[in-house]
Design a protein around this ligand. Sequence first.
Ligand SMILES: *Cc1c(COP(=O)(O)O)cnc(C)c1O
Length: 333
Amino acid sequence: MMAVVKAGAYGHGLEEVARVFADAGVAFLGVANVGEARRIAQAGIECRIYLLGASWSEERREIVERGWTPCISSLAEAQDFDARARAQGKILAVHLAVDTGMGRGGFVAENVPTVLAELQQLRGLYIEGIGSHLPSADEDEEFTRGQFAQFARIIEELGGEATFAWRHLANSAGLLGYAPQHCNLARPGLMLYGISPLAAQQGMLRPAMTLKSRVTLIRTLPAGHGVSYGRSFITTRPTRVATIGMGYGDGYPRHVSGHAPRVFVRGLYFPIIGRVTMDQMMIDVTEAPDIIEGDEVELFGPHIPVQEVAQKADTIAWHVLTGITARVVRRYV
Ligand SMILES: *Cc1c(COP(=O)(O)O)cnc(C)c1O
């Protein structure tokens, strides 16, 4: 397994989470860039690091020095790595990236046989793996099946499984919804954090992150009183309003406003009223006189799926999780 820990381990905390996966014995930690790789190395975590994105030329000396594993998308990139590896008297393990439909990186499939022959001439490189990526494994089954078949064909064309020590294609949706052929490395991200990109498989997983805050203030407003910026909510009755100490400055998406967002307090759901502000938001607790200042509030977690918050904000769970800002204290249980 390559545990994908990019974007601060999907907002869960890069070093803390990377250490857990490294201790669990994953083959690689997948990061976006050199900045994240450095943080893992500086934390003293021992595990191979795979760079999912491309690097600048100036970063490549360090990549070779530290033995991080890049994926290769162009000959120029390969030649630069090769020259730097030979200058350091090293052979750098790299993976050949193939573009089977993502359109973000890698060699276009039809060029791959020629490219591999050229890469194999570079003495400073060892072509250790081959990988590709799925753009729509959670929404287009036919296209994704085609990609799995194409990836298998490419590997056969290049001499079969023996040509590459590592062969990888599937992200979370690819792993949960399909049966990869010729692959021996999985690249899950989202599902490692307990969130399934496919609704049918959510029951197999338990969300790792709960986002919580507290009620900071409770007041009763008269009928006809506006709540929050833009006064998009006006009370229609005397309303007991609880203010919560969290807002979009913490990464809770402001765009949920107007789509009936809710929070969970003392066993019940309450609607967020008016717009989410930077540091605070308001809920209507008129029906629950027992709620008091200091009560814990779940924004998402065991009672509110993060997917629900994402959907109400017209975005995806990956975006909500990675958007939780540094101001939110992470507690690890
Ligand atoms: C982010 C990423 C993954 C993990 O994707 P999930 O959908 O979170 O499982 C896998 N592979 C690549 C190349 C990625 O960029």
